[in-house]
Ligand binder design. Sequence first.
Ligand code: 5RP
Length: 262
Amino acid sequence: MSFGKKIRMSRIFRGEPARTVMLALDHGMALGPMKGIERPRELLNSVGKYVDSIMLNKGILTNCGDPSLGAGVVLRISGASTIAGPDLTAERITTTLESAIRLGADAVAVSIFVGTPNEHASIEALSLLADECDRFGIPLLAVTALGKDREKGFDPRYLALAVRVAAEMGADMIKTYFCEDGFEKVIESAAGIPVVIAGGPKMDNDISVLETAQKAVKSGCRGVDMGRNVWQNEDPIAMLKALRAIIHENASAKDALLQYWK
Ligand code: 5RP
């Protein structure tokens, strides 16, 4: 990995061992102003200091982000399809690397849609982008996305396939979903490339979110890149503090819950 990539990775993965609490708020590009991200500026101002990194699109970064935020910036540069359109998985690259670097991004993120009619286009885009990212020294996060077929997110064989594809194509970090059985195999399939997990739809209770993070970290995951389970929580700051305790201090889910929800 080049020196430039290493510096940028260190702004995302922090501490020892290097892990990340990444806040995902890129959802609006496809799903609109969901509950919890109606006012991104206020959200970023209130939770910004409790995250290591943020994952978002350029418009929200430049209009709602404070340049002194201090969090690593993972700029999503794929999208261009919405929930109202014919196919959420038909993404395109939406921002050039030149723009991403000018905007101060520490990494860029694109989705791949393994197992859909768009797998070919999305994997090819990832692979070609990986070459460009090497040229510019900017890390690339591959998001192994599900589209509308959420069931695949529980299948370790599917997740391991998608993660390995991302690793083979040159991703520097990979985002996947946690599965109860066989998650170690999913991590192993990344061949040493750092893996973070999405949270998925809001869970019914806080302890489930924290247990997911704890089990994922225990399996070798390098952090979370969660959205809805943070900003749809009644207390996003408590959730972030609890996630930090698990990810950076190896706290148990139960202890983190007891500490931050009084
Ligand atoms: C979807 C994404 C989202 O950022 C990701 O799903 C994380 O958010 P959540 O924790 O709400 O699932 O990249 O492709």
